[in-house]
Design a binder for this molecule. Structure first.
Ligand code: SF4
Length: 445
């Protein structure tokens, strides 16, 4: 059962020393109760209190890390059912299946595609995060050699070893355990052997239940065998089952603090029909999966899944914004144009992309509007003639220009007169309304 803030407070040192970053022990206790703070932040908490509070203050969905190094994937730690209540913490990892029955060439091509999948969107690197190696052959030697080959070709990419055959699991684990893969495939028939392997090789275990009802007793059994780090699969495969089971799992973990289902969820989305696969994968991303496995990579599919994931896992309380400054795009000189826009990330990245496309070296003045787009910022009084003029003057950019000219977004043409008044000696030009009009506009000058 989750403890209340007052119950937690009774177990804290009550010295109000502020070392945890909170003004009082009570304030810290309230944050712990809301799972918005970590007990580690209090250096003076007693061992006894740690034991009592550790469980109560742990996130309802257990944190798990897949892989090692820069490309390791963190999952779990979720504390809410709906993003707008706070935020979703660790984005769903996307994995692509590599069957050990494929030819060496086919495996090599898939691994190459995963390595080349990374894109940059709104300043974030997005990619296929992991390889899901499946023991389709049923042969332990084959599985081991594919695991070795894939790990050698893509040493930084986290691996999921999918097999229900303990001998095959051990053969592959011997080869790649140092990469901290997820061993997926523990079920009622092999739970003891798979739990022993996960424990011996210190890896997380993927547990597959025969339906949602059977899953808690299986995770409890495996926990009793000494494995704490699990990723769970209720066996749901249809869209209806996935949405129902994933929702019930998340609700049980968050609302009831039901530890037997408090683990990240893996969803197998592989389908022969690419469009159906894409829809199932989207459903998994939208509804609580921490790993979604697909059978192939197509650019259109990756782009759609990356974008969906990025949108869902963006913190709704923190607008995506870039730093206020004058950015230079290309080799600018004293005659290069100067444009101004807001610091909403999407606006900046779309506009800078279009400027790059134009091949016209340009300076882009980005004004801090608290992450709002141009029109919204203008309506909110954050993209005003006074602020624009102050920013341009303080930046000193005028000294670098042969002709003092500032290009403002077409949507705020109404500001041109006021800016001219506040920036004596400057010419204000109204640019296009939409970013896609920028290349033609810049080239025509
Ligand atoms: S660090 Fe511990 S003792 Fe100090 S104020 Fe925070 S909770 Fe209280």
């Amino acid at each position: 059962m989750a403890l209340t803030g007052v119950e937690i407070f009774k177990l804290l040192p009550k010295t109000n020393c502020k070392k945890c970053g909170h003004p009082t022990c009570l304030a810290f206790a309230m944050k712990l109760a809301q799972r918005q703070a970590s007990l580690d932040s209090c250096p003076d908490v007693s061992e006894e209190a740690k034991k009592l509070l550790g469980e109560a203050s742990a996130p309802p969905v257990r944190p798990i890390t897949l892989g090692t190094g820069d490309k390791a994937v963190k999952m779990g730690e979720e504390t809410v059912l709906f993003r707008h209540e706070k935020k979703f913490v660790n984005p769903c990892a996307l994995a692509v299946e590599v069957k050990d029955t494929l030819s060496d060439d086919e495996i090599g091509r898939l691994v190459e595609e995963v390595l080349a999948s990374e894109i940059d969107r709104v300043g974030q690197k997005l990619r296929i995060d992991a390889l899901f190696l499946s023991n389709a052959s049923g042969d332990a030697g084959k599985f081991e050699s594919v695991a070795k080959a894939v790990a050698a070709k893509a040493p930084a990419v986290p691996l999921i070893l999918s097999t229900s055959n303990a001998a095959a699991a051990e053969a592959a684990l011997k080869a790649v355990a140092d990469k901290k893969p997820l061993l997926y495939g523990a079920d009622e028939s092999n739970a003891d052997a798979m739990a022993a392997l996960a424990k011996n090789y210190k890896v997380s275990l993927g547990v597959v239940g025969k339906g949602l009802d059977a899953l808690p007793s299986l995770t409890e059994k495996i926990k009793g065998l000494g494995v704490e780090d699990m990723v769970i699969d209720s066996g749901a495969r249809t869209a209806k089952e996935i949405i129902e089971n994933n929702t019930l799992i998340r609700r049980a973990a968050i609302k009831k603090n039901f530890k037997a289902l408090g683990y990240p969820v893996i969803t197998l989305a592989q389908r022969d029909d690419t469009m159906l696969e894409m829809l199932i994968a989207s459903l998994g991303i939208a509804k609580y999966s921490s790993i979604v496995v697909t059978s192939s990579i197509e650019k259109w599919k990756s782009l759609a899944l990356f974008t969906l994931r990025q949108n869902i896992y963006t913190d709704p309380q923190v607008p995506m914004q870039v730093e206020q400054k004058i950015y230079t795009i290309g080799e600018t000189d004293a005659e290069s144009p100067l444009m101004i826009t807001s610091n909403f990330s999407l606006t900046y990245f779309i506009l800078s992309g279009e400027v790059e496309n134009s091949k016209v070296p340009t300076r882009l003045a980005v004004l801090d509007c608290e992450g709002l787009s141009v029109l919204t910022a203008w309506a909110a009084g954050k993209f005003t003639a006074s602020k624009i003029a102050a920013f341009i003057q303080e930046s000193g950019i005028g000294d670098e220009l042969k002709n003092k000219e500032l290009i403002i977004p077409g949507y705020v043409a109404i500001l041109s007169g006021a800016i001219e008044e506040k920036l004596p000696g400057w010419k204000i030009t109204v640019g296009p309304r939409e970013a896609n009009g920028v290349p033609a506009f810049l080239k025509s000058r």
